[in-house]
Write a protein that binds this ligand. Structure first.
Ligand code: TRP
Ligand code: SF4
Length: 405
């Protein structure tokens, strides 16, 4: 496994701009991002080109959603000081890397990605027999490899794309990481680390190669990361030399599986825009209250005096997320004995959702009132991402024989 030890890993994730975000996104994805940004160097981006692969005929929703989505991220606590927040199309290097990777990616790898057929089936009304749609997972690989990300937080449906990315990276390194005099260059690089570190590196390498000692591999990788005196090229050589391959130009990422959000929708199904059962992060409090007050309950409770069963009620799923034990006990008893009415039962949920969203909506309002501030955050984040992307592209062009002078 050609991965880099955790404390040095970069995290990268993207989201398609397809409208305002809801509580499902918040509990499923954004809270996770907010935690990650404190631990890792994070890159979070708006995948506008990805959205075009399915919305090429009417991109208006994309255009409307880009800034709105960033406002939702910021409102949820994603912080532009801790994470680089950017828009994919503002870093055109992604297109260049996608193109270059496409040269060496077998067609079969893309045709076999499960989402390719699934989505075509699911979105029958759209013509998805396009070149762009087939290449979509490879564009995602370019997004990830561009930043040499180690960890990619994604949902279950995206794991296959990260897996493809690993294969593409491996193939890339295999083809372009070979160079004349690799061993000699690696030996020379070892010397540059100084006597003590050189000795340590060699013994760890031996341990890993002869005994398969994973711990030795991790320690050696950490040692390489901490070297200040060697060049990027030498570091890549030594990563590869450690594992007996060529240079590792594009390290293989790993997916960081985001647990499926438990957030139910208003009808008890998974919260999703396509089911029309969402609570948007920026629904105004009255609308929100109304949605919850009118949401369905156990159909057995026709009259106030009919007992019900929380197991058959979407409101109960909200209590499971938002209520403490004593409130939950009150619900179960009151429902089964018809001691409480459904409106009484919903009240604590309404209060909990309102108070969860209050600070978030206040923050959102600050950004809504300063659209130029949002523009600046995106511009600065995109510039920072671009700096990093330019470095990677220089290496990639060099490796592929495109650095003509
Ligand atoms: N394909 C992802 C989705 O539909 C979005 C995405 C694009 C992404 N590029 C990415 C996610 C890179 C993680 C890493 O949700
Ligand atoms: Fe659902 Fe509560 Fe009404 Fe029972 S009392 S049916 S749990 S809303």
């Amino acid at each position: 496994m050609e991965s880099v030890p955790s404390q040095y890993q970069r995290v990268l994730s993207g989201m398609r701009p397809t409208g305002r975000l809801h509580l499902g996104h918040y509990h499923g994805v954004l809270k996770n991002w907010v935690e990650l940004q404190n631990e890792y160097e994070c890159f979070f981006f708006v995948a506008d080109w990805h959205a075009l692969t399915t919305h090429y005929e009417d991109p208006s929703i994309i255009e409307k959603s880009v800034n709105d989505m960033v406002i939702d991220w910021l409102a949820a606590g994603v912080n532009q000081g801790l994470a680089k927040i950017f828009v994919q199309s503002r870093v055109p290097e992604h297109a260049e890397l996608h193109l270059l990777l496409s040269m060496m990616t077998p067609l079969g790898w893309l045709e076999r990605v499960p989402s390719y057929k699934d989505q075509q089936e699911k979105l029958k009304e759209k013509d998805l027999a396009t070149y762009g749609f087939l290449g979509y997972p490879l564009l995602q690989s370019a997004d990830i490899l561009m930043y040499k990300a180690g960890l990619v937080p994604v949902g279950e449906d995206q794991v296959a794309h990260v897996e493809l990315t690993r294969e593409v990276a491996r193939r890339f390194n295999h083809i372009y990481g070979r160079e004349a005099g690799f061993e000699e260059k690696a030996e020379a690089a070892i010397k540059k680390m100084g006597k003590k570190n050189a000795k340590l590196y060699k013994s760890l390498r031996k341990k890993y190669q002869e005994e398969g000692d994973q711990e030795a591999l991790s320690v050696a990788q950490a040692l390489l990361e901490s070297q200040q005196n060697i060049t990027v090229g030498d570091r890549e050589r030594l990563f590869g030399f450690l594992e007996g391959s060529g240079r590792v130009i594009l390290p293989e990422p790993q997916s960081l599986l985001t647990k499926a959000s438990k957030m139910p929708g208003l009808d008890g199904q998974k919260m999703s825009k396509s089911y029309g059962n969402t609570i948007a992060l920026r629904d105004d409090p009255e609308a929100l209250e109304k949605k919850l007050r009118t949401m369905p309950t156990d159909t057995a409770r026709v009259r106030r005096t009919d007992p019900g069963d929380p197991a058959n009620c979407p409101v109960w799923q909200f209590h499971e997320i938002y209520s403490d034990e004593s409130t939950q006990n009150w619900v179960v008893e009151g429902c089964k004995s018809a001691g409480i009415g459904c409106i009484d039962c919903k009240q604590p949920v309404i209060e909990a959702v309102l108070s969860e969203l209050k600070p978030l909506q206040e923050r959102a309002r600050e950004y809504e009132e300063q659209p130029e501030l949002v523009g600046t955050i995106i511009a600065e984040g995109s510039e920072a991402a671009r700096d990093c992307a330019r470095d990677t592209m220089e290496e990639v062009r060099q490796a592929m024989g495109l650095a003509y002078k």
